[in-house]
Design a protein around this ligand. Structure first.
Ligand code: FES
Length: 184
């Protein structure tokens, strides 16, 4: 570093200017790094912190009557602390005397509106654009491209569990749709 007491004024000014240049670049770099955190998080977050669906208990199997379809609301295991009511998840549980349990997402396979169950005609109906699904979730009418999304389930002792978390979509439906050619 130049000793300003014994240096020419020109040398001293150049030295100070160099120091300010370094400080400016340092602050610019630090600011850029801080500002890039949300952008990098947005671009890489989903890939790095990918969370998987989890098994959630729906209660005792005996609580579900045969021939009944019931809306069950539960906390989404993938919810964040800030999600509020959007962290809740609705699923329809149906208990068929022959086929056993079937669980469907409430989300219509057209654009995702929540479908409603009407026990009298035995149909799920979507209020948004009029898609209709049979009681076994199969497509009946309207713009929906397929039947309701089925949710994987298991019975552990006398408890019913559903594998839930992500919002099912046509690209990532979860349990594959039933093969229309299948006989059972
Ligand atoms: S979202 Fe259900 S018919 Fe369009």
């Amino acid at each position: 570093m130049t000793d300003c007491e014994h240096a020419t004024p020109a040398d001293c000014t150049t030295d100070r200017r160099g120091w300010f240049d370094w400080v400016s670049w340092l602050m610019l770099g630090a600011g850029g790094a801080v500002l890039s955190i949300p952008v990098v998080g947005y671009l890489l977050g989903a890939a790095i912190w990918r969370r998987k669906d989890e098994w959630v208990s729906l209660g005792k199997t005996a609580d579900f009557k045969e021939n009944e379809t019931r809306l069950v609301t539960l906390k989404n295991p993938l919810r964040g602390p800030w999600d509020g009511i959007t962290g809740e998840l609705g699923i329809y549980v149906r208990r068929d005397p022959e086929k056993g349990f079937e669980i469907f997402s409430v989300h219509c396979t057209h654009l995702g509106c929540p479908v409603s169950w009407f026990s009298e005609p035995g149909l799920f109906m979507c209020p948004c654009h009029g898609s209709v699904f049979y009681e076994d979730g199969e497509y009946a009418a309207g713009p929906a491209p397929r039947g309701l999304y089925k949710i994987e389930h298991k019975i552990d002792g006398d408890n019913l569990h559903a594998h839930v978390g992500h919002l099912p979509t046509l690209q990532n439906p979860g349990t594959p749709p039933k093969d229309p050619q299948a006989t059972t």
